[in-house]
Write a protein that binds this ligand. Structure first.
Ligand SMILES: Nc1ncnc2c1ncn2[C@@H]1O[C@H](COP(=O)(O)OP(=O)(O)OP(=O)(O)O)[C@@H](O)[C@H]1O
Ligand SMILES: [Mg+2]
Length: 377
């Protein structure tokens, strides 16, 4: 591209972004948003969360990054959903959008909805349209998040006690100081690290596993209905990882919450999840029960992921790795995003992006190889 064309391109991107930023800021400044704008109805009342064609874009100087581009899946009440996919496929952006933590005006919801079944109020709301004040009542209280890196999620200059108590008093302002401390110790006991003087410890005085337990304790302060865990064990060694996963599983049963577990570790998903969502370049390419995905994977990308998983007792020289790279999210092609890496392409793959087809009541896949089966069902 010559210099002038490049200049003109950057100028048009800037102009386009300026319009988007203006729209966003105007929306943010609005006061007294009527309830009718964010009230909705669940497609199925058994679900706690329903993503419906969610699109989250970043309007950057280099162009529009379509980080999440038409994602739809559901989280049934009390279930654990594993969201897998390689780095950059939009897992974290999906969770940040759910928590209302997108950094605007660059990051914006460009379309779709996230329906949340708010049983406490006997209503369903669309989280993408919820006013900030309303969101504050839900975030941390009813939906909470466990972040990937405990050292960045905790503030190094405050004690564990300060941080836990602040979190509790923010969400439960009616509690007195000693009640807040008692609650902090209660959640620390729940995550298995209640010990003498722990409230006075600073994060650096704890091991990585203990810090992650504190982060989980913070997420549990207010008996959440839904816990979003974004790579909760990636920063930990395998024995601690197993302990943390056990802990999450037990806690889920104790407080009867749903978990959205984001990871690129298929082993973790196999152990924990009831349902699995496979994402690729901002879209869901396959979803189903753990049995569907692990025993009958249909999308070539899922099959590739399965092949790249080490198996105990199987002697191989080298683990399989899917050739090639994820396409640039700024210039996504019209055809299937996996086409250039796929070993099973057919003629239809030259055409438009394949639609999601149902292989069974629970199993859906977006691939031309499975088109016929989908039509039959
Ligand atoms: N603030 C931002 N500005 C611009 N682009 C962003 C921003 N945050 C994320 N992205 C882009 O969105 C896409 C999805 O990112 P995301 O963090 O959701 O990936 P991920 O699936 O969580 O990956 P990982 O497994 O590495 O955590 C990436 O292409 C990333 O570059
Ligand atoms: Mg991530």
């Amino acid at each position: 591209m010559d210099k002038n064309t490049q200049k003109a391109r950057l100028k048009s991107i800037k102009k386009f972004n300026a319009v988007k930023y203006k729209e966003y800021n105007k929306k943010q400044r609005r006061k007294r948003i009527p309830e009718s704008e964010y009230m909705t109805t669940m497609a199925d009342d058994h679900n706690i969360l329903e993503f419906d064609n969610l699109r989250t874009y970043f309007y950057t100087d280099a162009g529009t990054v379509k980080a999440v581009d038409g994602v739809s899946f559901q989280i049934p009440r009390g279930a654990t959903i594993g969201v897998v996919g390689e780095s950059g496929c939009g897992k974290s952006v999906t969770s940040l959008t759910t928590m209302g933590l997108l950094a605007g005006p660059t990051g914006q919801v460009a379309g779709g909805s996230i329906r949340y079944n708010q049983k406490s109020q006997n209503r369903a709301v669309d989280l993408t349209k919820l006013p900030r004040k309303e969101f504050e009542k839900i975030r941390g209280n009813e939906i909470s998040m466990i972040f990937q890196e405990p050292m960045t999620a905790l503030n190094p200059v405050f004690t564990i006690g300060d941080q836990l108590c602040e979190c509790i008093s923010l969400h439960m302002p009616e509690l007195k100081k000693d009640e807040v401390e008692a609650r902090a110790l209660e959640v620390l006991e729940l995550v298995g690290i209640k010990r003498e003087g722990i409230l006075n410890n600073y994060p650096h005085e704890l091991s990585g596993g203990m810090r992650q337990r504190v982060v989980i304790a913070m997420a549990l302060c207010c008996d959440p209905q839904l816990i979003i865990a974004d790579e909760p064990t990636t920063a930990l060694d395998v024995t601690i990882q197993a302990q943390i996963l056990d802990l999450l599983r037990n806690l889920k049963d104790k407080i009867n919450a749903s978990i959205m577990l984001i990871t690129h570790d298929l082993g973790v998903v196999a152990e924990m999840a009831d349902y699995v969502v496979v994402m690729y370049a901002g879209r869901v390419v396959e979803q189903g029960t753990a049995e569907d995905i692990f025993h009958h994977p249909a999308h070539p990308y899922t099959i590739g992921l399965m092949k790249s998983k080490p198996m105990l007792g199987e002697k191989i020289d080298r683990l399989y790795s899917i050739p090639g790279n994820v396409p640039n999210p700024i210039n996504l092609p019209e055809h299937c995003y996996f086409k250039n890496r796929c070993e099973s392409c057919v003629e239809a793959c030259e055409g438009l992006y394949p639609e999601l087809v149902s292989l069974s009541k629970t199993h859906k896949v977006s691939c031309y190889l499975c088109g016929k089966k989908g039509g039959e069902n």
